[in-house]
Design a protein around this ligand. Structure first.
Ligand code: ZN
Length: 149
């Protein structure tokens, strides 16, 4: 398969733009939200994850920064929305343009996998291996307090 230098350059360019707000943000230690503040954050979406729209159950949801802290977002209740840990961790601090591109790419890859195209089969196989290694690392890493690999 032919490499696509334009796409590669675009992705690298988006990555390089990320975090440029860090230099301008005022560093303030993250303070835990109180129980009342967490209820306030959860109420903004009627108990739903603001990323995927799914219901957030129990206390495991995360208060996600609307404007990333790395881009200068504050730790105030106004700057938080509820999110599943998985959604929040995968969204990370991508720029909006970068995140939209990742969504488009993911939807396109999903279609390729469903259609059983050559690229879809290749990605599905590579991704299955990646996931298996990731899960194995998590299992091996749990309880040891180490994330090195
Ligand atoms: Zn979610």
């Amino acid at each position: 398969m032919k490499p696509n230098p334009d796409l590669r350059v675009r992705l690298i360019d988006l990555r390089s733009k990320r975090g440029h707000g860090k230099r301008h943000s005022i560093r303030r230690p993250r303070a835990s939200l109180t129980a009342a503040e967490r209820r306030q954050v959860l109420g903004k979406t009627s108990g739903r994850c603001h990323i995927c729209g799914g219901k957030v159950e129990d206390e495991k949801w995360q208060a996600d920064h609307v404007m990333a802290h790395s881009a200068g977002g504050t730790h105030d209740v106004d700057n938080y929305l509820p999110a599943h840990a998985t959604c929040n961790n995968y969204r990370w601090d991508y720029l909006p343009e970068e995140f939209q591109f990742i969504l488009k790419l993911g939807v396109w890859v999903r279609t390729q996998i469903e259609r059983g195209t050559t690229v879809g089969n290749s990605v599905a196989s590579a991704f299955a291996g990646h996931e298996a290694r990731r899960v194995k690392r998590r299992i091996l890493g749990s309880g040891k307090g180490s994330t090195s690999n």
